[in-house]
Ligand binder design. Structure first.
Ligand code: SME
Length: 154
């Protein structure tokens, strides 16, 4: 199935799934599980959440990952600091990329905004180059908006 069609199915499914819980950990855990199982190329899907000035590992699916990332560091910290989505076709060309999994080759990070404030990021890795493009950016920003709507506090 084309990537876009997968996203079109994913968004209402995400909304339905998340309406079952008002617990932030359950919400983020189920969101990462649903997104990861929808796309076989996604090797790691998860959240980093702002805690005491740093981005701390939250619910995720995939191999164990770095626990804490400074704002402004790596793809996650840069996306958070700039308040914008970052698509990296080849992580080896991104200055300061943090390699939690040495097999990761491409990545997308989408800021998680709640009531106008950025509270964390959604991070997705792939073991293949250039997995993410403008289609992923568009739909993952919509997915993150749905996730934020279902978050109480994190
Ligand atoms: N590569 C990220 C670190 C997080 S892991 O990919 C899960 C970065 O450079 O911020």
């Amino acid at each position: 199935m084309k990537k876009e069609a997968t996203y079109v199915d994913l968004l209402p499914e995400l909304s339905n799934l998340l309406s079952e819980s008002d617990d932030p950990i359950a919400t983020l855990a189920n969101a990462s599980a649903l997104i990861k199982q929808s796309f076989p190329l996604f090797s790691w899907v998860g959240f980093y959440l702002l805690k005491k000035g740093a981005l701390v590992l939250g619910p995720f699916q995939g191999p164990p990952a770095c626990v804490s990332i400074q704002v402004g560091r790596g793809v996650c910290g840069t996306s958070f600091a700039k308040k914008e989505t970052i698509v990296v076709e080849d992580v080896r060309t991104f200055p300061g990329h943090i390699a939690c999994d040495s097999r990761s080759l491409s990545e997308i990070v989408v800021p998680l905004k709640k009531n106008g404030a950025i509270v964390g990021v959604l991070d997705i890795d792939s073991h293949e180059l250039a997995t993410f493009d403008a289609v992923d950016r568009r739909y993952l920003e919509m997915a993150v908006a749905i996730i934020a709507d279902h978050l109480t506090t994190v």
